[in-house]
Write a protein that binds this ligand. Structure first.
Ligand code: URP
Ligand code: ZN
Ligand code: ZN
Length: 471
């Protein structure tokens, strides 16, 4: 028999084309695209369905140390299971160096947590919090060579923020090694100043989180991150962009020919600062950074997605529970200052983009594929093995029912959090069957995959190509 499986009767879409054809799979890869492919060990009927590249979520936090008394709600088992149910076949979690610790050891620790526990493929980015001479001179270049070819730096957070000088140092390593630098762009000193002032005025409720990091805080840091990258002449990805002013900084840099890339996330399309105003501490469920803004900012983020300023759409899944180990921890510290930043979204990213984007006519299906899979693979060195449907690519496929109507609710999700910030949102279109390297992980909404089948992917350093709308 020529094929292990054939996906028959579906409409295939890539980042550039939409066509009707069957997909023949052999040895975990796509072996043929066409009609009348003959016999196979397994026929997967996709009549009336969309056959898309499996989603790649290039910004997720899993099992990340989060401070005393706070436990992240997902481990690699629950996060990759939830990701699969949400239409994903690869995720890129962060491996965080803690200050005073070795980066190499952090990678070993993350492998110990992930290896043997994943349902879908994973590939680690690094987080650099302590760029010592040892890290800059040895550990980081060696790890990049070993396939950890992207890393994130923070311009804010007590235990993570780097100085401009330190950012220039790590960017220099990226330039020498071909790694991609991801930047969390918010001005730390401004946030500290505003937070202290709000607290002195007794303004400690969760929604003051938004007041402590207003748009100029993000715009200024975005501009500065781009400037630092320009000085070193290195590509940079500005992650989780929330508003027009930061988006326009990125657009201007792109128009000047700089290799500056942008990412936005579901929380900036469908949540606003009003969500943080819930009764009692309910608003903590929406606390993330940058914070959700207003309807005009949502519109700006859509424009960024439509016009190609943003090339990737990620979840920034950073899951905490709404209990004393999560959003309400540590006990007695009631100010927004102590609420762990981050919200769950690994399973809801793609249904939200499909429904709000494709179904509502804001983006077409090919742009959806680019934003959800192809551009992530191109940006982070996984293309063409991942992120497309083409002969020779891994058979990482998501079969979607494009008309299924679902009301998002905690009851139907598979993540480790005890809530979803997207509760009650009605979506049209839902991923039903996912294959990773030709093996079915979720079959018509039922988990059939094996924990441990997901592999860690080493990535080559790559300078991301400029991504036009067609890509
Ligand atoms: O609030 C957020 N975004 N938490 C996750 C960590 C980060 O900055 O990406
Ligand atoms: Zn961040
Ligand atoms: Zn993040």
């Amino acid at each position: 028999m020529a094929f292990d499986s054939i996906i028959r009767g579906g409409t295939v879409a890539t980042a550039s084309d939409t066509f009707s054809c069957d997909v023949g799979i052999a040895g975990g890869r796509i072996a043929a695209l066409g009609h009348d492919l003959g016999e196979a060990g397994r026929i997967i009927d996709a009549t009336g369905q969309l056959v898309l590249p499996g989603g790649i979520d290039s910004h997720v936090h899993i099992s990340q140390p989060s401070g005393p008394g706070i436990v992240m709600a997902d481990d690699f088992e629950s996060a990759t299971r939830a990701a699969a149910f949400g239409g994903n076949t690869t995720v890129l979690p962060f491996c965080m160096q803690e200050r005073g610790h070795s980066l190499r050891q952090a990678v070993r620790d993350y492998h110990a947590k992930a290896d043997g526990n994943c349902y879908i493929d994973v590939s680690f980015h690094l987080i650099i919090s302590d760029p010592t001479d040892q890290v800059l001179g040895q550990e980081l270049p060696a790890l990049i060579k070993d396939g950890y070819s992207s890393f994130k730096v923070f311009m804010t957070y007590e235990d993570l923020a780097l100085s401009d000088r330190q950012i220039l140092e790590v960017m220099s390593v990226a330039r020498e090694t071909g790694a991609l630098v991801m930047v969390h762009a918010e001005n730390f000193d401004a946030i500290r100043f505003l937070t202290d002032r709000l607290e002195r005025a007794g303004k400690t409720a969760p929604h003051f989180h938004g007041s402590s990091r207003p748009i100029p805080v993000e715009r200024e840091a975005t501009h500065r991150a781009i400037t630092l990258a320009e000085l070193i002449d290195v590509p940079v990805m500005i992650v989780h962009v929330s508003n027009r002013e930061a988006m326009e900084e990125i657009r201007r840099a792109q128009q000047r020919g700089l290799k500056v890339f942008g990412e936005t996330c579901p929380q900036y399309l469908v949540l606003t600062e009003k969500d943080m105003e819930g009764l009692n501490m309910e608003g903590t469920k929406y606390v993330c950074s940058p914070p959700p803004r207003d309807v005009a900012s949502q519109q700006a983020c859509w424009e960024g997605l439509q016009q190609g300023v943003f090339s990737v759409f990620s979840s920034d899944h950073c899951p905490f529970r709404y209990d004393e180990q999560g959003k309400l921890a540590p006990k007695g510290r009631t100010s927004f200052r102590w609420v762990p930043n981050g919200i769950p979204g690994i399973e809801t990213r793609l249904p939200i983009l499909f429904s709000e984007g494709v179904v509502k006519g804001r983006i077409d299906l090919n742009r959806f594929v680019a934003l959800s899979a192809t551009n992530h693979a191109r940006t982070y060195g996984l293309y063409p093995r991942k992120g497309t449907i083409a002969v020779g690519a891994d058979a990482d496929i998501a079969i979607w029912n494009p008309v299924r109507e679902v009301v998002i609710s905690q009851d139907i999700l598979h993540h480790g959090s005890d809530y979803t910030p997207y509760e009650g949102i009605r979506v049209t279109g839902w991923p039903v069957t996912m294959l990773v390297r030709g093996e079915i992980v979720v079959d018509d909404g039922k988990l059939v995959g094996r924990k441990g089948a997901g592999q860690h992917l080493a990535r080559d350093p790559v300078t991301p190509p400029k991504m036009t709308l067609a890509q």
